[in-house]
Design a binder for this molecule. Structure first.
Ligand code: FEO
Length: 395
């Protein structure tokens, strides 16, 4: 197997999950990787492990570099099972290794894998571990994105290993940012941020500022998913700062579903009204586009318009799923509008507005409702609704 070297004595021993297409509901069209790293100096340290189904491949990669008896430390930056579920197997093989995690990491390891993990040694921000000429420094990163999350920084090599942060679900035979298409890389980084880290925006801003204030130089960022940033690691750091600050452009996303094309027709008339004002618009029909794609489009949009037909006095189930997903992700600073069609009692638009207000969203009222099939007058109202939203975000 080809040895992947980050710097002398620092190796990638991760695995590529080419075929994963659903990462707990997030559609991963380009697969993913689970990155683990082996550091060889006077002592040997393994940073993170991989998903259990790939444990044989991890074992093979480690064996090509060293013997399991030689591993002195296993650092667990994060306990979510895509990174830790092969740990019980690896820990049995590396019987001399001390396992290192944050305090919350130790608790989570015991909760996941039982009392064998009582032996985990805990570290906190600023603690260091000398492994020879190289030094590992730990930075706790609680809620980025689990309570246990921690970054490991290789002091002399200036490599930050921030686990999930700065990752992408991107399977590739290439490992570094200067080897892959930059557009694809940044697209996947944005999808990843939107679907995993968006609700943590204030924490992200604070953590990045904290790391900058620590004055630690970063020459490489080696996350736990996807491509390693070595050409320009600050590119992804700056992108995270912009996304976390809610940077958005004059763009409206129209997310809708439809039963007999009435809401579809309304969505198109609204989109025409938006475009008429020179504002970019994207239409996404749920059932054709997954929630994770809609959320990614919303990341850099100033407004979101949501359309649903009424089914049994409720919003359509796909819209219910979308609103559950998006309210959990807590997008900040967007303007929200609602529209839809009904046959007799109505309910979809009212229910969606109630849901959005409960989530604290900035709702533009009233929404637009059409009985049965929109006529010319109704479509004029939809067009004007689109125009009003576009004018409001341009103001
Ligand atoms: Fe990639 Fe939070 O696990």
């Amino acid at each position: 197997m080809v040895k992947v070297t980050l710097k002398d004595g620092v190796y990638w021993v991760g695995v590529i999950d080419w075929n994963i297409r659903d990462f707990h509901g997030y559609v991963t069209n380009r697969g993913s990787t689970y990155n683990a790293y082996l550091i060889q100096d006077e002592k040997t340290a393994l940073i993170d492990t991989v998903k259990k189904e790939f444990s044989d491949e991890l074992i093979q990669k480690i064996t090509e570099l060293t013997s399991f008896d030689s591993i002195d430390y296993i650092v667990v930056n994060h306990v979510e099972m895509d990174h830790s579920s092969s740990l019980p197997i690896i820990a049995k093989l590396a019987k001399n290794a001390k396992i290192i995690a944050s305090v919350r990491g130790k608790e989570a390891l015991i909760d996941h894998y039982g009392s064998d993990f009582d032996r985990v040694e805990t570290v906190k921000t600023g603690d260091e571990l000398k492994v020879g000429k190289k030094t590992l420094r730990f930075v706790e990163a609680p809620m980025l994105h689990w309570p246990d999350s921690m970054f490991t920084y290789l002091v002399e090599d200036k490599i930050l290993m921030p686990n999930d942060a700065f990752g992408q679900h991107l399977a590739s035979s290439k490992r570094f940012d200067d080897e892959v298409d930059e557009h694809v890389l940044m697209e996947e980084a944005a999808i990843y941020y939107a679907n995993i880290l968006m609700p943590l925006a204030p924490l992200i801003t604070r953590k990045i500022q904290e790391v900058i204030q620590m004055g630690i130089p970063i020459e490489m960022i080696a996350p736990s998913h996807g491509i390693i940033w070595r050409k320009d690691p600050m590119k992804i750091v700056n992108s995270y700062m912009n996304w976390s600050a809610g940077a958005a452009k004059n763009k409206v996303v129209v997310v809708f579903d439809t039963m007999w094309h009435s809401t579809d027709t309304m969505a198109r008339a609204i989109a025409d009204g938006i475009a008429n004002q020179g504002v970019e618009v994207k239409l996404l029909k749920l059932r054709s586009s997954p929630n994770s794609e809609a959320v990614t489009e919303i990341l850099d949009a100033k407004a979101v318009l949501v359309g649903s037909p009424t089914l049994n006095n409720q919003m359509f189930p796909t819209l219910s799923s979308f609103l559950t997903y998006i309210t959990g992700l807590k997008p900040k600073g967007k303007l929200w509008g609602f529209f839809g069609s009904y046959g007799w009692g109505g309910g979809a638009v009212r229910n969606m507005i109630e849901t959005a207000k409960k989530a604290g969203f900035d709702v533009y009222e009233p929404g637009v409702e059409v009985k049965y099939v929109p006529d010319g007058e109704d479509l004029k109202k939809c067009f004007e609704f689109g125009q009003q939203i576009a004018q409001k975000i341009k103001a």
